[in-house]
Design a protein around this ligand. Sequence first.
Ligand code: ADP
Ligand code: MN
Length: 171
Amino acid sequence: MKRKRPNILVTGTPGTGKTTMSTALAESTQFRHINVGDLVKDKNLHDGWDDQLHCFILNEDLVCDELEDVMEEGGNIVDHHGCDFFPERWFDCVVVLQTDNTVLYDRLSNRGYNETKLSNNVECEIFQVILEEAKESYPEDRVVALKSDTIEDMSRNITTLTDWVRNWHSA
Ligand code: ADP
Ligand code: MN
């Protein structure tokens, strides 16, 4: 029942660097990187396409059923912009990436987001929506907010988390 390796959730507003950091962290820890958005697309874990938001309507039950077995094994880095629908027991550490809003604005406009999507996401970041969601969904001592403005920030975060993984023992 107890897993030998921890599970990490990497969350945050789109553009804060979840996928970039998770990919590097998976390499340094040899953990599995699970990009929830890609999984939803590849395995059809959705209820169709949202024309207004231009994304798939994620089916939370299907996603949780799909992930249950691997999460029990441990050694996962789950990369997703939301965090409130996963079972609390899955994660030993919940990382919320945060980015200065002018930096984030530039990243998202490079990604080709329209004005509405840009301002929605920048607002989400200003009001720390994901950090609040994480604190409401997980024990506060498991939630850590990490700054992700620069490449130096990212390197430091990867080092911190890799060390944390090495020192982790199941309770
Ligand atoms: P997310 O998965 O959270 O949407 P991405 O990992 O796709 O974010 O990163 C969005 C963009 O920002 C990418 O072009 C990436 O190279 C860049 N980026 C991500 N993190 C950083 C960082 N800490 N410093 C500088 N650029 C970053
Ligand atoms: Mn991503």
